[in-house]
Write a protein that binds this ligand. Sequence first.
Ligand code: B12
Ligand code: SF4
Length: 401
Amino acid sequence: MPYLAARVPSDWQVTHVDEEAEDIDWTDHPDVVGITFHTPSAFHAYRLAERFRLQGACIVMGGPHVTLLPEEAGRHADVIFIGEAEGLWEEFLNSFETGSYRRVYRQAGPRSLACAPMARKTLFHRHDFASGVLFATRGCPNDCDFCSVVLMYKHGLRKRPIAEVAAEFGSFHGKRIIFWDDNIAADKKYAKELFRTITPHHKWWSSQATIHAALDDEFLDAAAGSGCKQLFLGLESISQLSMNEAGKGFNRVEDYARLLKRVHAHGIAVQAGIVFGFDNDTPAIFKDTLDFLEEAGVQNATFNILTPYPGTPLYQRLDAQGRILTRDWRKYNGRTDLVFQPNQMSAEELLAGYRYANRRFYSLRSVAKRMRRSPVQMWWTLPLNLAYAASWASAQWGDRG
Ligand code: B12
Ligand code: SF4
């Protein structure tokens, strides 16, 4: 939203509410309410829309869920944006002033990301894990069947001009920056040049990439040299069959251990993205995955239950097989519920396995073992592990309550 806010005419007054950080001030009566949301927050967003509508506001919605299910979102909004909003957002705002806006704005062709105004920093509300967030590239050239990114950014991988990214990177006051790119290693030549350009800013950064990032030493050298402290790597599964099934067969499981060593050798910590519940997963997958992650000394991991987001090939396949159990989007959060019938285990086994993975990975025994195996960025990863352990423990208490 701070990116979109930067495109609002200067005579408009803009308030940004990040509900993770603060509550909505219902005494404020805006003319236009823009809402962005992921699928699990869709029902919540619709409820907000209803309440704002009663106050007479014009409700505008955009973001992943709206792009994936425009008809549904359109029933709860006055205006929807399908896909990227650059250019069209400004068009809507101008038309709003004359009362002649359209109901649907759909990005037709690829839009250049050049000359994008920097996000409005005064509108960032979360300072817990980063001093600044930005993106250099948008989209991903791969097409894994569970991923929404391919559907959201139909025009493939696009890159911002390096000088503009570097200027925004350097404009943050703090030290810890996140590149929210889907796959910062998607174009390694571009990435290396970007890393060399941002090196003089002496900041620390993290981002997301495929494990392919580790195939290229020059990429790792340039990343580490420019302050990369951690990469979120989409390992997804240690089962090659599961990777093949998900259209991510380019992840060669047999290479994982070797590639992780290379990342660690560059002083970069790894946050592994892991998904459980592929059709080829058996109940053995949980223990095997944990054994692997501990053996490889992986610093952090995010575990997810496979979730068929609407519109994805995964959703279509499971739907055609009659295996979608619910369309209650609140349950599509990848953590608390299973929304489809798994293949080689029961729903209870899958949920129990997911809980076992979190409990074991963030146990003090596992944290100590992994830190011993690979003491990379200890001062960075230890607090993160302890924070995850604490949040997992409190979630368990919440479950029981
Ligand atoms: C950063 C991020 C997060 C952060 C969010 C931090 C924050 N508050 O900013 C964190 C880590 C918390 C997070 C959590 C989750 N995330 Co996330 N996340 C992302 C990521 C990588 C970048 C989002 C981003 O900032 N994009 C940059 C902006 C500029 O792009 P954009 O959102 O597409 O917006 C453009 C248009 O869509 C449009 N637009 C968007 N909103 C609006 C609103 C209006 C009014 C208008 C006019 C236009 C408009 O304009 C923008 C410019 O063109 C995306 C992937 C992606 N590339 O988007 C995944 C992604 C959005 N996340 C995803 C998922 C699944 C999740 C989780 C469910 C994961 C989990 N299991 O917990 C949770 C859900 C959180 C929740 N509460 O709902 C999926 C969403 C799938 C779906 N169908 O909703 C994505 C697409 C990743 C993927 N590979 O599939 N996420
Ligand atoms: S590599 Fe990552 S971002 Fe790209 S399509 Fe696959 S899961 Fe999505």
